[in-house]
Design a protein around this ligand. Structure first.
Ligand code: TDO
Length: 186
């Protein structure tokens, strides 16, 4: 397993080992002990999510759940290719408003750890791309929120993306009041 830092100190790229043979490969996509032996201790996960986007150039994001339902997410790509983005939304953080983007694909097996207090979003690069992610809090509809995808100067590589109505109508980052304190809590 490889663990790589990103430009945002709390956001990690985790690449589990893969064992290839003539059939394909095997990989432990999540192993708490392997991670903790490598010095990475993540909060407990309580929900797994899976979505598929038919068209390349679909953007989902930038999403969050407000405390006390703030979610950390361990994200990977099950099929296709996507570019995954984490934005630091913790008020008072030295990297508030900064973001990182990482390509995740079924080929590269990379995972992105997006801690609580960060916005999360992605764009698909291929048709029928699937994303799978573990979450540290349950879905809570009333706490669900979005910030407009194109309000942070992120180059998504998709000028006219497929969007949900919620994402199209989301407030710009500059007009939005973050519910996260420095720890990602309320
Ligand atoms: C996120 C979520 C949605 N839903 C329902 C609500 C709605 O009817 C339908 C589709 O929801 P959305 O349009 O919010 O799905 P989507 O746009 O894929 O939302 C997701 O985007 C990525 C970027 C994230 O980080 C996730 O946390 C989540 O916000 O699924 C659940 O039942 N449980 C969940 O955990």
């Amino acid at each position: 397993m490889k663990i790589e830092a990103t430009a945002l100190p709390d956001v990690l790229v985790i690449t589990p080992a893969r064992f290839g043979d003539e059939r394909g490969f095997f990989s432990e996509s999540w192993n708490r002990k392997t991670l903790s032996d490598a010095g990475v201790i993540l909060p407990d996960f309580v929900q797994d999510n899976h979505s598929m986007s038919r068209r390349a150039g679909t953007v989902r994001g930038l999403h969050y759940q407000a405390p006390p339902f703030a979610q950390g997410k361990l994200v990977r790509c099950g099929r296709g290719v996507l570019w995954d983005v984490a934005v630091d939304a913790r008020r008072g953080s030295p990297t508030y408003g900064q973001w990182v983007g990482v390509e995740l694909s079924h080929e590269n097996g990379r995972q992105l750890w997006v801690p609580p207090g960060f916005l999360h979003g992605f764009v698909t690069r291929e048709p029928d791309t699937e994303i799978v992610y573990k979450c540290t809090a349950h879905y809570d509809k009333a706490s669900d929120g979005a910030v407009r995808w194109n309000s942070l100067g992120i180059d998504w590589g998709a000028d006219d993306p497929v969007l949900s109505d919620k994402d199209r109508d989301a407030p710009a980052f500059a007009d939005w009041q973050s519910p996260f304190d420095h720890e990602g809590a309320a």
